[in-house]
Design a protein around this ligand. Sequence first.
Ligand SMILES: NC(=O)c1ccc[n+]([C@@H]2O[C@H](COP(=O)([O-])OP(=O)(O)OC[C@H]3O[C@@H](n4cnc5c(N)ncnc54)[C@H](O)[C@@H]3O)[C@@H](O)[C@H]2O)c1
Length: 334
Amino acid sequence: MTVPALGDRRVRFGLAGCGVISDTYAAALAGLASAELVAVHDADQDRAAAFCRRHRTAQSASLEELVSRPDVDAVCVCVPSGLHAQVAVVAAEAGKHLVVEKPIEVDQAAARHLIEAAARNAVALNVVSQQRYNPGVLHARALLRAGRLGDVVFVEARVPWYRSQAYYDSAAWRGTWAMDGGGAFMNQGVHYADLLCWLFGQPSVLAAHCARLDHEMEAEDLALALLRFPSGAAGALVASTLCYPGFPAELNVHGTGGSLRLVDGALVDVQLQGADVPTPADLGRLGMPDGHRAQLADIVTSLQDGSAPPVSGEDGYRALSLVLDTYRAARWKR
Ligand SMILES: NC(=O)c1ccc[n+]([C@@H]2O[C@H](COP(=O)([O-])OP(=O)(O)OC[C@H]3O[C@@H](n4cnc5c(N)ncnc54)[C@H](O)[C@@H]3O)[C@@H](O)[C@H]2O)c1
């Protein structure tokens, strides 16, 4: 699908949902000369007002008011995950381009409805996956695409993080099936679900295990999936929010001609058969807001050019499907 190019001018953003992630957007957009955050809305008016004081933006009293502003080109959807489609479809129907936080939705039918609404209204649908923009991840992808690791045989992704009970208690939607769509795998692991689908293709889930071992919430705080990629390579993805104090996420890729290791998005080790590859020193991780800024910069360029979204609705749907396939394989109840 092509969308009309905005041309060589500043792209003006609105934002719905002034919670934890919203300050990252304010900082990321403030660092882009070609972008501007003009107005925000939150169902909690006081929270929106506080955001507007911090970042000198206009406050819209309702979502409808936000999306009817003629000076808004695109809307960032930063509401709880189970409301992404509901909010984003209103913006799409008003002709606004979309930047939807991860995961695209918590439900495949709702995600499909959103993808179709964006297409019907000829607006661009972008899904946030800022981990893709780490220089180390991009370098690893280039090595993989050039076949430098030979045939990839085994991929292992680990997200052994920690979230306290206070984190889950900080908002009523966290860790719920309806609004978070799951626990550690849906909220935290989805970053790596997306990386795996992007780098190696959509895997099938051979077996999985999910459990809620400690936190008081509905969904899981530990999940493991055993994967098979289209190439035949095997994979494993584990995500948890129980691993005190939390270790960096890792992605280890092993092939017949070489192996590489990413730690927290930084490429820390590359070993290729018959080649002396120095460990890249400067391919570190983009923290917040730099990761979001890198993706938003790419989105701004694509909107100006009218080119395809760098991380599309279909990309978001694939990552969501991997998470939901894992829950199904584990018979983890919704
Ligand atoms: N990319 C990342 O690394 C990253 C990090 C954190 C959060 N997120 C995503 O961002 C989203 C929000 O997470 P958060 O931690 O900021 O949540 P949060 O609870 O801190 O903020 C959500 C905000 O949305 C508001 N809201 C709820 N329903 C609304 C509605 N119908 N209309 C307008 N506003 C509404 C709430 O009042 C709240 O202020 C989630 O989808 C989450 O997965 C992504």
